[in-house]
Ligand binder design. Structure first.
Ligand SMILES: Nc1ncnc2c1ncn2[C@@H]1O[C@H](COP(=O)(O)OP(=O)(O)OP(=O)(O)O)[C@@H](O)[C@H]1O
Length: 311
């Protein structure tokens, strides 16, 4: 668990992070979102002590990070940044193994880890381990950046706009890879993004900052259904709030289980946007649904469009 406790950072007259308190549970993905300059990147850099706070504390699993040597702390924290920062003259394998080498891992263990990580981020080790960074696409390099951050198996991964510069398809693939990696490894992830759709897709906890202050935190659905201020409402949704709510609402919640329809069923755990897409693509107004226990039901278009809480 990571606890930010009244964390404050000033740069001259600017208070970049202002009394920020936030708890990120172990094994969850937390997205820091907010307008440009609201203090997202500064918060990440305070967590791994690339910069020191003017006030407040960061606790990782109960330990105040101020009591740890910064270099040792950073080796325990994976850090992924948009510009990636791979060493151009080093092979991909050597780039990935920087921290394990610093930690003095035996060569065989490092080699096995590099192959394992390349596999985890969807790059074939036989093809990629000996290439140089310039022989990879931007998306492939970003995957290497994620592999490098995971190399020494840190419990905590900090990601600063990791997919910001990528095209939508590559970005989509990397988001899916991150969800998969997180589910398999149970890492705690704090990700900075200015893209609310990315935050909704990836995070179980979203913290919205403005001018260094935490304005609202909660599950994506909480923020979308109960924004506490007009600023949050505009930020998380604006005119697309209804569509985004579909993305976070499970089909099972709007399913009529007294009414069984034949055909290929959609999973009750799928979200309403997927169901709506299937209805539009098939020009149909009802879908068969099946939940994990095998229970069957029907989702009708009218129940998809019903406002939150009305069904
Ligand atoms: N090293 C620094 N020196 C002076 N001011 C800084 C420094 N780093 C950040 N700031 C200022 O602190 C504020 C917060 O910056 P930060 O980079 O944390 O914002 P951000 O939310 O990550 O923004 P963006 O989305 O544009 O990357 C900004 O006003 C910025 O200009």
């Amino acid at each position: 668990m990571i606890v930010l406790d009244r964390l404050t950072k000033r740069f001259g007259a600017t208070t970049a992070v202002d009394q920020l308190s936030l708890t990120v549970p172990t094994g969850s993905i937390c997205a820091l979102v907010g307008p440009s300059g609201c203090g997202k990147s500064t918060t990440l850099r305070l967590i791994n002590r690339l910069i020191e706070p003017d006030g407040g504390r960061v606790l990782i699993d109960g330990t105040d990070t101020a009591s740890l040597p910064p270099v040792a702390l950073r080796r325990r924290i994976g850090y992924v940044i948009q510009s990636i920062g791979l060493f151009p003259h080093w092979s991909i394998a050597r780039n990935i193994s920087t921290v394990p080498e610093l930690l003095g891992w035996p060569e065989a263990r490092i080699d096995a880890r590099v192959d394992e990580l390349l596999g985890l981020v969807g790059l074939d080790p036989a093809l990629f381990r000996n290439r140089r960074p310039h022989e990879l696409s931007g998306g492939q390099q970003q995957r290497v950046g994620v592999a490098r951050a995971l190399a020494a198996d840190p419990d905590l991964l900090l990601m600063d706009e990791p997919f910001g510069a990528l095209d939508p398809v590559t970005r989509d693939g990397l988001q899916a890879a991150l969800i998969d990696i997180q589910a398999r490894t149970g890492k705690t992830v704090v990700i900075v993004t200015h893209d609310i759709d990315e935050a909704i897709r990836l995070a179980s906890l979203i913290a919205v900052l403005d001018k260094g202050r935490l304005i609202q935190q909660g599950a994506p659905r909480d923020l979308l259904s109960r924004p506490v201020t007009p600023f949050i409402e505009a930020f998380v949704g604006g005119p697309r709030r209804g569509l985004r709510l579909l993305q976070v609402t499970p089909v099972g919640e709007r399913t009529d289980y007294d009414n069984v329809t034949g055909g290929e069923a959609i999973a009750a755990e799928a979200t309403l946007d997927v169901a709506l897409e299937r209805m539009v693509a098939g020009a149909i107004d009802r879908l068969p649904v099946r939940d994990r226990t095998g229970r069957q039901g029907t989702l009708s278009l009218a129940d998809v469009v019903a406002p939150e809480g009305a069904s």
